[in-house]
Design a protein around this ligand. Structure first.
Ligand code: MGD
Ligand code: MGD
Ligand code: SF4
Ligand code: MO
Length: 876
């Protein structure tokens, strides 16, 4: 179903787990407009920079619109027949465990349900795992150990109710911006205190009362210190623990035995933290990837949950632990059983009663009794030939799995790999035998569940382009061709959802938390009109919080505190690998950038991959600002731009995760990361590799702009979209004899008129290509990192820029600097100038003068940092 031009349709943002409601309208020119839904309870009309730019990322230029077999266009029938045949043959010859699905927390609930039903119910293997293994697995395991289920107890309303919010391993200002803004609003309104626990200084910690820059991986020691103090100060809730919690004494004993000095924090900071936390009953502890992505991730989760259980601060307004989910449907995937060690609706694969009930409900003959392979094990099994047919849906593991080079090699060598994606231009799709074109957000329809258990609809407003089909539909078609037409005879996504809701009622009979059986009989119209609602939705309970009543899901109804002890990250710093490599996200990019990089606005915030390094380390290595740095580990190498900053501690490095073979092949950070996992959750330690760093010394550095896309071929390059085309940073190790010929090949401009400026002795070359007076492309080469007014130059292609070779603006046109506010394209230098020239003293004043920060607000913490910097410079 699609909508008419101008008519607004309610849907949900496809990016992060905040789950903001949007209103989408077709603009009559093939595109869409997107604004925040004022009636959605999560965001009440607000959107962050990524949500605001959604309209710019739905174009078709990079889409795959027809199935491909071995790189050649194919019909749906031949592609689906081939996939079904190869999977059936592989199962027949080698058994069901010789095939696997690797899926995604970005799939809609309906897609996920069908994938899980096909693999676990009918193919008869549990080899379906998901990128949520890299994301939420430690939380799932920690929740199950403590609560007996994977339940997020609270709701977003707790952010406004709380008096203290603690963020552990979470850069909320960039990764869950609308939640961060809700916290900032609560802070302005009633002074909510904010503590940030992160080894790195971030946009999030900039706004905090207390930033605990603990040593990487030491969160367990910190929360054990807190638990020991809770005990020592008599702050345990004796009644609550006696009635509702097991394991209290053991957990407290373990906490006292742990050593808080491992955190590297000062005794004053530790005391300040304990004072605040213990002294503030309404405390919410939010945690994310700094906790989960660790070889002790599950213990970190339980160390946090222990403190809330000991004090009974859980499931009441303004109090509780809160795992924020990353992907839009990370939570939904956990509900449908998308992880290899779960069944469906929070039922357990290893429980024979659960298996029998689900098997009967699905009328499925083949339910496996053992968990399947978790992501890292799965790709190892692909590598060593145990898995011979693999279907990757909605994920890009050749970039995002640890030991990514080995994973890419395994996928390439797998006898049969299918990739379902919206584009064929990904590192993973390029390795596939069959690529299946999926419909994308704004064309597809279904439900997602956000971090606070709110189920919201995504709705289609645009027709499916070309031959693209919804993911659930593709899966059902393959299932039918494998011989299970009846079980997968879904007429629509509404049909899938109704079946799923009915199954949750079966699960509820086993006393499971996830119960949406009230929706079991939902009609097509009811589904079409479904307004956001929070689970559970059963006859007994609708939405609300869990555990405030002290009722948990372990047999006997009690929660468990776990005795945990800090373990350092698995890889140890050594003389050969002296740096700890932290990794994470940037404000305006989403994972491997297949959608966000289509927006020039979003690409302007940080246009190149980089490594944050402390000034003392840079000095010791003899590195200068803007040098290129080669990072090496036992697994692989990366080359990135140096960014010298005190935001990271000495010995720590930070590299963003977003760049891929498509836009900066040398900067794939997971090529450096070992595939070490948490022993309980199987989640990889993505933020604590050890690496060495040295200057990467090319013969030449370059900067290129062009109105058309181009793909460089040199040791280092990074390309990004601009308002007028594309830009790229380049560096090469080879000697180039003829720069004009080189540039013509690069830009594919064999005949265009050229203007050049060469100082061969100094190794400087500048070339600009024109169509009449209009600039098509330009290349700037120098033996050192090229200094240019880049943020000015990127606007020139397509204009009559006769002076492009100068590399800077004429006269007194000022250099705007890199973009800070992507909504209004306001550069850093523009903000600095306005602060000094106009004497601006607050973020609001900056907004009034330049509009920066007045739309989505995602840049407010950066504006505050520029303001602080400018003010302190002025006072010196
Ligand atoms: N802009 C943007 N937003 C996103 C995404 C995106 O790609 N881009 N992705 C979404 C997804 S899937 C996810 S999972 C979330 C992730 O959201 P976050 O978890 O907030 O994001 P990260 O940047 O991965 O990591 C968070 C922080 O963990 C810190 N950290 C590293 N090691 C440790 C440690 O040992 N202890 C502690 N306490 N902290 C540590 C890092 O310094 C980093 O600042 O973001 C979601 N939102
Ligand atoms: N070192 C390090 N590694 C990490 C992390 C980290 O912090 N550090 N974070 C980890 C985490 S938390 C996560 S969640 C993962 C994310 O890693 P991935 O899931 O691998 O990354 P994405 O770029 O989100 O991949 C989604 C793919 O789905 C495609 N796609 C988009 N829409 C659709 C659709 O509707 N249907 C289909 N079939 N395909 C579609 C996109 O084009 C893209 O290729 O990365 C993990 N890797
Ligand atoms: S916070 Fe931003 S990315 Fe996340 S759901 Fe809301 S608009 Fe989308
Ligand atoms: Mo994630």
């Amino acid at each position: 179903m699609t909508s008419e031009t101008g008519v607004e349709t309610r849907s949900t943002c496809p990016y992060c787990g905040v789950g903001c409601g949007v209103l989408i309208a077709r603009d009559g020119a093939g595109g869409i407009t997107v604004r925040g839904d004022p009636d959605h309870p999560t965001n009440k009309g607000r959107l962050c920079s990524k949500g605001s730019a959604l309209g710019e990322t739905v174009g078709l230029e990079t889409r795959i619109l027809q199935p491909q077999i071995d790189g050649a266009p194919a019909t749906w029938d031949s592609a689906l027949d081939l996939v079904a045949q190869r999977f059936s043959d592989t199962v027949a010859q080698h058994g069901p465990d010789a095939v696997a699905f690797y899926v995604s927390g970005q799939l809609l609930t309906e897609d996920y349900y069908v994938a899980n039903k096909l693999m676990k119910g009918f193919i008869g293997s549990a080899n379906i795992d998901t990128n949520s293994r890299l994301c939420m697995a430690s939380t799932v395991a920690g929740h199950k150990r403590a609560f007996g289920t994977d339940t997020v107890p609270g709701t977003y309303d707790d952010l406004e109710e709380a008096d203290l919010i603690v963020l552990v391993g979470s850069n909320l200002a960039w990764c869950h911006p609308i939640l961060y803004q809700r916290i900032m609003a609560a802070r302005a309104d009633h002074g909510t205190k904010l503590v940030v626990i992160d080894p790195r200084k971030t946009a999030t910690s900039d706004g905090a009362d207390l930033h605990l820059a603990l040593r990487a991986g030491s969160d367990v020691a910190l929360f054990n210190a807190l638990l020991a103090q809770i005990d020592a100060r008599g702050a345990c809730d004796a009644q609550f623990t006696a009635d509702h919690v097991d394991g209290v004494a053991q957990a407290i004993t373990a906490a006292h035995l742990d050593d808080p000095t491992q955190t590297g924090l000062s005794p004053e900071d530790l005391t300040a933290f304990c004072d605040l936390w213990i002294g503030t009953p309404k405390v919410v502890t939010i945690f994310s990837q700094g906790v989960n992505q660790s070889s002790s991730g599950t213990d970190k989760v339980n160390a946090i949950l222990n403190c809330h259980l000991a004090t009974g601060r859980i499931g009441t307004p303004g109090a509780g632990p809160f795992s924020v989910t990353g992907q839009p449907n990370a939570m939904g995937g956990r509900e449908v059983g998308g992880l290899a060690n779960m069944l469906a609706c929070h039922l357990d694969i290893e429980n024979p009663d659960h298996r029998a009930a689900v098997g009967a409900f699905w009328d499925a003959p083949n339910l496996p009794s053992n968990p399947g392979l978790k992501a890292v094990e799965m790709f190892r099994a692909v590598a060593d030939g145990r898995i011979k047919a693999l279907w990757i849906i909605h994920s890009n593991p050749a970039v995002t799995m640890p030991d990514a080079n080995a994973v890419a090699a395994a996928i390439a060598a797998c006898p049969f790999t299918v990739v379902s994606d919206i584009t064929a231009q990904t590192d993973t799709a390029r390795l596939a035998d069959v690529i299946l074109p999926a419909t994308a957000w704004s064309e597809k329809s279904g439900t997602v569940t956000n971090s606070d258990r709110m189920m919201s609809r995504q709705r289609a407003v645009q027709p499916a382009p070309g031959q693209a089909r919804p993911d659930w539909h593709i899966l059902a078609e393959v299932a039918a061709r494998m011989g299970w037409a009846e079980a997968f005879d879904f007429a629509s996504e509404a049909d899938v959802f109704a079946e799923y809701a009915a199954l949750s009622g079966v699960a509820a009979q086993f006393g499971r938390d996830f119960d949406i059986s009230a929706l079991a009989g939902i009609s097509a119209q009811g589904y079409a009109e479904l307004a956001p609602l929070r689970w559970p939705q059963s006859a007994q309970k609708q939405g609300g919080r869990f555990f405030g009543d002290g009722v948990f899901y372990h047999p006997g109804g009690k929660a468990k505190m776990l005795p945990v002890t800090m373990r350092a990250p698995a890889a140890q710093i050594s003389a050969a690998y002296p740096f700890r490599l932290n990794t994470g996200r940037l404000r305006d990019q989403w994972h491997t950038m297949t959608r966000t990089a289509l927006s020039s606005r979003l690409s302007a915030h940080m246009a190149e991959p980089f490594v944050d390094m402390h000034p003392d380390d840079a000095a010791r290595l003899g590195l200068e600002p803007a040098d290129l740095v080669q990072l090496s580990s036992l697994q692989g190498q990366a080359i990135v731009r140096l960014h010298i900053t005190k935001d990271v501690a000495k010995g720590d490095l930070f590299v963003p995760i977003h760049w891929t073979g498509e836009n900066a092949p040398s900067a794939r950070v997971d090529a450096l990361v070992a595939d070490v996992v948490d022993p309980i959750s199987g989640q990889p330690e993505s933020k604590a590799a050890v690496v060495s760093a040295e200057r990467f010394l090319p013969r030449w550095y370059g900067f290129a702009i062009s109105s058309r896309s181009f793909t460089p071929d040199c040791a280092y390059w990074a390309r990004a979209r601009t308002t007028s085309g594309f830009r790229a940073e380049l560096a090469g190790t080879d000697t180039i004899a003829d720069w004009e010929a080189q540039a013509r090949t690069l830009f594919d401009l064999p005949d265009a008129r050229v203007q050049s400026l060469t100082d061969a002795k100094r190794g400087r070359h500048r070339l600009a290509f024109y169509d009449n007076e209009v600039l098509l492309a330009a290349l700037y080469i120098a033996p050192q990192p090229v200094t240019l007014m880049r943020d000015f130059l990127v606007g020139l292609p397509g204009t009559e820029a006769a002076w492009a070779l100068a590399g800077q603006a004429r006269g007194d046109t000022p250099d705007p600097g890199p973009v800070v506010c992507s909504c209004f394209a306001v550069g850093r230098n523009t903000v600095r100038r306005a602060i000094t020239q106009e004497g601006l003293t607050s973020v609001d004043r900056i907004g009034a003068s330049l509009s920066a920060g007045t739309n989505c607000g995602s840049c407010k913490s950066e504006l505050a940092a520029i303001l602080r910097e400018a003010t302190s410079l002025a006072q010196q």
